[in-house]
Design a protein around this ligand. Structure first.
Ligand SMILES: [Zn+2]
Length: 166
């Protein structure tokens, strides 16, 4: 136990990106800037080496106000409806998929900025548990499944897209 070896079990994080790394990097930089801005506006202000999983959870809750995904309360009549036939006062939240991808990018950015992997707050257990709960609740609330239906991973759903070619 007298030989601290930080290189053992080094996680391979940023290896799954093959197609457009620059776009991913841009998004990662934007996310990181957003997070740092959040830390600066935090009361009291925080610097990223001192933030922990709790601050990450605060950050995710803070982001919810900008969400665009309807998440029904359990008491809502449309709870579990994928396509509610009418409006309801339930809040808009960040979709689980967005949060999950965001955490992945911030986790990589944290280490790219010199943060220690073993102290990475984006990999904290509380954050993983939170994401899992968000996923499960949103799946129930919105009547969709994030775990099954893994036959195709392509996101290109036909017919429902506006023309985004430029
Ligand atoms: Zn609702």
């Amino acid at each position: 136990m007298m030989n601290p070896n930080p290189n053992s079990a080094a996680p391979t994080t940023v290896s799954a990106i093959s197609s457009t790394p620059s776009r991913y990097e841009n998004q990662k930089r934007r996310d990181w800037n957003t997070f740092c801005q959040y830390l600066r506006n935090h009361k009291p202000p925080l610097s990223f080496p001192r933030c922990n999983g709790t601050h990450v959870l605060e950050f995710l809750c803070y982001l919810d106000q900008f969400g665009k995904t309807k998440v029904h309360h359990q008491t809502c009549q449309f709870f579990g409806h994928p396509k509610p036939p009418a409006l309801c006062p339930c809040p808009l939240r960040q979709a689980w998929g967005s949060l999950d991808a965001l955490i992945g990018r911030l986790r990589a950015a944290y280490e790219a900025h010199g943060g220690k992997p073993e102290e990475n707050p984006f990999g904290a257990r509380a954050v993983r548990i939170y994401l899992r709960e968000v996923r499960d609740f949103q799946a129930k609330s919105r009547g969709v499944s994030y775990t099954k239906k893994r036959k195709r991973t392509s996101k290109q759903t036909e017919g429902n897209n506006g023309t985004t070619t430029s």
